[in-house]
Each structure stands twice: as structure tokens, then as C-alpha cells.
Design a binder for this molecule. Structure first.
Ligand code: AMP
Length: 222
């Protein structure tokens, strides 16, 4: 099974991606995490993309295609959860072609929805663990010990692009470039909208209900 999770920044994609990957034994392709790792290792790609992330702009498609191409080849035998990729119509079309070439298909594309005021509130309070990637919220979902990751006690950090100005730019880019994917995935008959207002367990339940129905219907038709 291959799933896409998309939605504006701060909607909880990363958190749900971690939970779903574990629950359904999927390998995660989290484009933002991979790019941040390239930057922290100062690789060739990392140096090319750093400015884009810092300013909240999308990284050029050709760089993303290089990263996703390698990932698909390495994981051709696994179910994949795409978190943060694709992010525009060209990337969506390219993913369709690339997955077909290795005998895969996207089963469901989930769009997570939340209103802007709530997104900004969540993002300015967001902290993450640079070691394991776990995401926290200082007010609604803090770590047990102040500013230390529950998993590995690494000091939590704030992302450079989680400032109000850059958050607004990322939201605008979402509306202009990513939101049009809704019609694309509707046309493929695999679009599903998720209300991201609840806590992580409530949102996970909504997504899991759809995934379980899908898996059951596949079972019945076999
Ligand atoms: P995220 O962690 O998903 O919020 O992504 C952080 C940043 O990484 C974005 O603001 C973009 O600069 C970049 N990025 C992540 N995924 C993509 C993508 N599929 N295409 C272009 N840029 C991306």
C-alpha cells in the first residue's frame, strides 16, 4: 500500500506520518526531514537547498526528482508513505509515472485540513527532536522533561522556518501550488479529505478508518 499525506504546514502531517508508518509497516518518505538532514550534513544537495528552506520557498523540482528517484529505487519492495511530496502538480504527475515504472500505484491521497489561525498557533509552539524527528507542541503536547525529547533526551529545537512571516509565505505557497493537487487526485479517484482539528489520536483514527476500509475492500475483491 502506498499513501500520500499532504496539507498546509503545521497541520500535523509529520506526526501522523510517523504513527501511520509504524501502524501499517510503511517506509516514510518525508521530504522536509530528508532536506533538513542534507543541510545539517552540508552535502552538495544540502548546500543547494538551504536558502529555499530558510525562506520558505519550494525547492526546485529537478532536485526533488533526484531525491525521490533514489528513494524509490531503494524501496521498490516496500509500501511507502509520502509525507511532503508531491507538493505541486508537476511533482504529482512525475510521482505517478515513476511509481508506475516500478509497478507501484498510489492507493490514497489524504489532504489534512485546518484553519489558518490554528495552524499559526501550532507552528509557533512547535519543537522537534533533531535526532529522531519526533514533534512536540510546547503547550498542547510538551515533552515529559522540559525541552528534552522523550525518546532520546536530545535538546528540542525550533525550525528556522517556523516564524510568523515565513509561515504566512509557506501557507500562500500551499494555496497557490499544492492545493491544486486536490482536483488532480479527485480525478484519479483516490482523494480523501481529513479534518485535522482533533488531537493526534482522533486524527489517526479518522485516517486509519479510511485505510482499514480500503484494505478490507481490497481483501474482499481478491
Ligand atoms: P516540511 O518539513 O514538509 O514543512 O518542508 C520544509 C521545507 O522543505 C519546505 O518549506 C520546502 O522548502 C522544502 N520542501 C519539502 N518538500 C518539498 C517538495 N516536495 N518540493 C519542494 N520543496 C520541498
Amino acid at each position: 500500500m502506498n499513501i500520500i499525506l499532504f496539507g498546509p504546514p503545521g497541520v500535523g502531517k509529520g506526526t501522523q506520518a510517523q504513527l501511520l508508518a509504524e501502524k501499517y509497516d510503511l517506509v516514510r518518505f518525508s521530504s522536509g526531514d530528508l532536506l533538513r538532514e542534507e543541510i545539517s550534513l552540508s552535502t552538495l544537495i544540502g548546500r543547494k537547498v538551504e536558502q529555499f528552506l530558510r525562506k520558505g520557498h519550494l525547492v526546485p523540482d529537478d532536485i526533488m526528482y533526484e531525491i525521490i528517484g533514489n528513494f524509490l529505487l531503494e524501496n521498490r519492495d516496500r509500501g511507502i508513505l509520502f509525507d511532503g511530496f508531491p507538493r505541486n502538480i508537476n511533482q504529482a504527475r512525475s510521482l505517478e509515472t515513476n511509481t508506475a515504472q516500478i509497478g507501484k500505484a498510489i492507493d490514497i491521497a489524504f489532504e489534512m485540513r485546518l484553519d489558518e489561525a490554528e495552524i499559526i498557533k501550532r507552528l509557533v509552539n512547535r519543537r522537534y527532536c533533531p535526532k529522531c524527528g519526533r514533534i512536540y507542541n510546547c503547550t498542547t503536547d510538551p515533552p515529559k522533561e522540559e525541552n528534552l525529547c522523550d525518546n532520546d533526551r536530545t535538546a528540542l529545537v525550533t525550525r528556522d522556518d517556523d516564524t510568523v512571516d515565513i509561515i504566512r509565505r509557506r501557507l500562500k505557497i500551499y494555496e497557490d501550488e499544492t492545493r491544486p493537487m486536490v482536483d488532480y487526485y479527485k480525478s484519479l479517484g483516490i482523494y480523501c479529505r481529513i479534518d485535522a482539528r482533533g488531537n493526534r489520536e482522533e486524527v489517526l483514527r479518522q485516517i486509519s478508518d479510511v485505510v482499514n476500509d480500503y484494505l478490507n475492500s481490497k481483501c474482499r475483491s481478491n
